[in-house]
Design a protein around this ligand. Structure first.
Ligand code: ARG
Length: 459
């Protein structure tokens, strides 16, 4: 097959060399964007008298025919034609004849591929933002149903203080809110047009870059043609926002895995998001959560990979940049899949509120309450801490909990202790009373949920 750039060559590469250099196996993902970009380009060429109206109309018709084929998945590609751009140009010429060759006037694959990637990422980031919102909605709904579900809160994975399960879930709402802000903010850097930068230096033709930018829905154009064709920051930024999002999802995965274990028994994942074992009949494994935790690694890898590809590249385009695509496609797929799974897992999980509550009764996570109680009566907090520490030690030695010690024993240690301490020690009361802004007190959690709901509505 004759190469579209074959003029200066006297012999062709062997098949396996072509194969090594080709990107068509993966950049066919850009077919829609490539056609969209070409239609805008040809429209601009004819509007500015660079090619004739009739030729332009023919080319456009051909491109539209290709769009229809693409929609029906009827296009076939050849490795010999290297990438999506050359494959489509050749398919166009097959339909419209040699006039198809005019499409590439005042354009290079370098500004073409960059345009495709900008268009692609803009679309995917919008979808990702929607899916983040779906997961946030699921979190808010579960949180609302569990405002008064009391569970042990942890630091160092040791029981620390009782908290509301709704409050715990809402922590992830706010992480996702920041993720969403990062993605939303990045759109302004994605949504600029490199088209018209040519290979690297612009073009001698009287093109109108603003026109193609507008036709493609871009907010503006790259100011510098060298930058336009060699910038991959917008992809790196996407990979970085995705890494941070996946880190959040991975942490929640870890919690789901712990919570659904026999040791915790705080939640049960729905059968539709769990799998069994081929040998152990009793098993119900949180595979999806584990997989999301695992897939986080590949997203970080994609980011490190691209950073490394770019770090030594001189301006402008270098073929190394073809390596930007697989990691980006893979990340898009991973992030979309993970968000969808999570929304479903959160919506369908069973919260074992009795188990959670039981856990708060069989520990010392109410010790701070007692220290606060004494300091509320004027004992310096440091001293109160010491007194309660001694009481905890006494309980550990006896094999009981703070609520089991009789009031006489409390009074022996400090006469300020009254019968009301048993109420104070109750985990439910402990949570209820943590009513400082942003705290786990039920009233605060309800406030946060309302705030979250109005944020979701306004977006
Ligand atoms: N397939 C190439 C890529 O993805 C398209 C740009 C090729 N440009 C070139 N001058 N070889 O990067």
């Amino acid at each position: 097959m004759k190469k579209l750039w074959g003029g200066r060559f006297t012999k062709s590469a062997e098949e396996w060399v072509d194969e090594f250099g080709a990107s068509i196996s993966f950049d066919q993902e850009l077919v829609k964007e490539d056609l969209e970009g070409s239609i805008a380009h040809v429209t601009m060429l004819s509007a500015n008298g660079i090619i004739g109206e009739e030729d332009a109309a023919k080319i456009k018709q051909g491109l539209k025919a290709l769009q229809e084929k693409a929609d029906k998945d009827e296009l076939s590609y050849s490795v010999k034609l290297e990438d999506i751009h050359l494959n489509l140009e050749s398919a166009l010429t097959d339909i419209v004849g040699p006039v198809g060759g005019k499409l590439h006037t005042a354009r290079s694959r370098n500004d073409q591929v960059a345009t495709d990637m900008h268009l692609y990422l803009k679309k995917q980031v919008k979808l990702i933002i929607e899916l983040i919102e779906e997961m946030q909605t699921a979190l808010v709904e579960q949180a609302e149903a569990n405002v008064e579900t009391v569970m042990p809160g942890y630091t160092h994975l040791q029981r620390a203080q009782p908290i509301s399960f709704g409050h715990h879930l809402m922590a992830y709402f706010w992480m996702l809110q920041r993720d969403k802000e990062r993605f939303t903010e990045s759109v302004k850097r994605i949504n600029i047009s490199p088209l018209g930068a040519g290979a690297l230096a612009g073009t001698t033709f009287p093109i109108d870059r603003y026109q193609t930018a507008e036709l493609l829905g871009f907010d503006g154009i790259y100011e510098n043609s060298l930058d336009a064709v060699s910038d991959r920051d917008f992809i790196l930024e996407f990979l970085s926002s995705s890494s941070m999002l996946m880190m959040h999802l991975s942490r929640l995965s870890e919690e789901f895995i712990l919570w659904s274990s026999q040791e915790f028994q705080f939640i049960e994942l729905d059968d539709s998001f769990a799998t069994g074992s081929s040998i152990m009949p009793q098993k119900k494994n949180p595979d999806m959560a584990e997989l999301i935790r695992g897939k986080t690694g590949r997203v970080y890898g994609n980011m490190m990979g691209l950073l490394t590809v770019l770090k030594g590249l001189p301006l402008a385009y270098n073929k190394d940049m073809q390596e930007d695509k697989e990691g980006m496609f893979d990340t898009v797929k991973t992030v979309i899949g993970s968000l969808k799974i999570f929304a479903g897992m959160i919506k369908t999980m069973k919260v074992k509120d009795e188990q959670m509550e039981k856990a708060t009764k069989n520990d010392f996570s109410n010790a701070t309450e007692l220290a606060d109680y004494l300091s509320g009566k004027g004992v310096p907090f440091r001293e109160a801490h010491e007194i309660v520490g001694k009481l905890v030690l006494a309980c550990v030695q006896k094999g009981c909990y703070l609520g089991d010690l009789p009031i006489e024993e409390y009074k022996e240690v400090n006469t300020l202790f009254e019968n009301e301490i048993y109420k104070v020690l109750d985990p439910y009361t402990a949570v209820e009373r943590r009513n400082s802004a942003g705290g786990t007190g039920f009233a605060q959690v309800k406030l946060a949920i309302n705030k979250a709901k109005s944020l979701l509505k306004s977006e």
